[in-house]
Design a protein around this ligand. Structure first.
Ligand code: M1P
Length: 243
């Protein structure tokens, strides 16, 4: 049976906002030649190319950027959502930014992408050290989860999910990663690092449960993904029986 293999990028194929490991990249390129591979990320195409390279982005079947709101095939932009946050949503985010207890701010807090907004209290301009500091603080205080819950309670038209290390992805309700299943048919196996309630890989993993031969697998980092892919390359059925 031929499977669609779907991968989140940050935290699943690369460190969050980091480059793909060169050896893993060689292995993954071969995996793409042998299988039907799709990428789905909250990030935009530019960042994805920066992290995993144009060669990988162009050789996968489809790159679903901005959680499927911007679609790329063979380096060509196929479609983009024109959805945007309303001013009253932005005013709310500005208030969160002002009142949040985390003390440091580095700029680029509301990044508007195609059909998706990434909101970050520490700011997308934070360097690696400050990303780690914020992420540790957030793990102790559950701040992003609480902000996302508040957004989801307050606004009926948008949906917020914890994404990556420092941000929250916000989309029009229903237009998160699960929408890519409209484009994928047949058996599908998805790998993501935020497959838990409130995470931006969760809705796709849940939607796959309704599909015959739909499976998801939570990974803790790209190294674990690599380990699983090696097992799959050796014996897919044995891997599926074990998950
Ligand atoms: O895919 C979700 C997010 O992953 C990364 O998040 P962070 O920078 O918080 O680690 C980024 O690629 C971000 O753009 C993306 O939305």
């Amino acid at each position: 049976m031929d499977y669609n293999f779907v991968f989140d990028v940050d935290g699943t194929l690369t460190p969050s906002r980091g480059l793909m490991d060169p050896k893993f990249k060689d292995f993954f390129q071969q995996f793409i030649y042998d299988n039907d591979v799709y990428l789905v990320t909250g990030s935009d195409y530019e960042k994805t190319v920066e992290q995993i390279g144009a060669d990988i982005c162009e050789s996968v079947n489809t790159c679903f950027n901005c959680s499927g709101n911007s679609i790329w095939i063979s380096g060509q932009n196929i479609s983009n959502s024109d959805w945007k946050l309303e001013q009253f949503h932005k005013d709310f985010l500005e208030r969160v930014l002002k009142n949040n207890q985390y003390p440091l701010r580095f700029g680029n807090h509301i990044e508007e992408r195609l059909g998706l907004v990434n909101f970050s209290v520490v700011g997308r301009n934070a360097d690696q050290e400050n990303r780690k500091l914020y992420n540790r603080w957030d793990s102790e205080h559950n701040s992003r989860e609480l902000i996302a819950e508040e957004i989801n309670r307050r606004f009926e038209d948008i949906e917020a999910q914890v994404a990556g290390e420092i941000g929250i992805d916000i989309v029009e309700r229903g237009k998160d990663k699960r929408q890519i299943l409209d484009h994928l048919h047949g058996p599908t196996l998805f790998f993501g690092d935020t497959i838990y309630p409130g995470g931006n890989d969760y809705s796709l993993a849940e939607a796959l449960k309704d599909r015959r031969y739909g499976f998801s697998h939570l990974v803790k980092d790209w190294k674990e993904t690599q380990t699983y892919l090696k097992r799959i390359s050796f014996n897919l059925q044995e891997f599926l029986n074990s998950v």
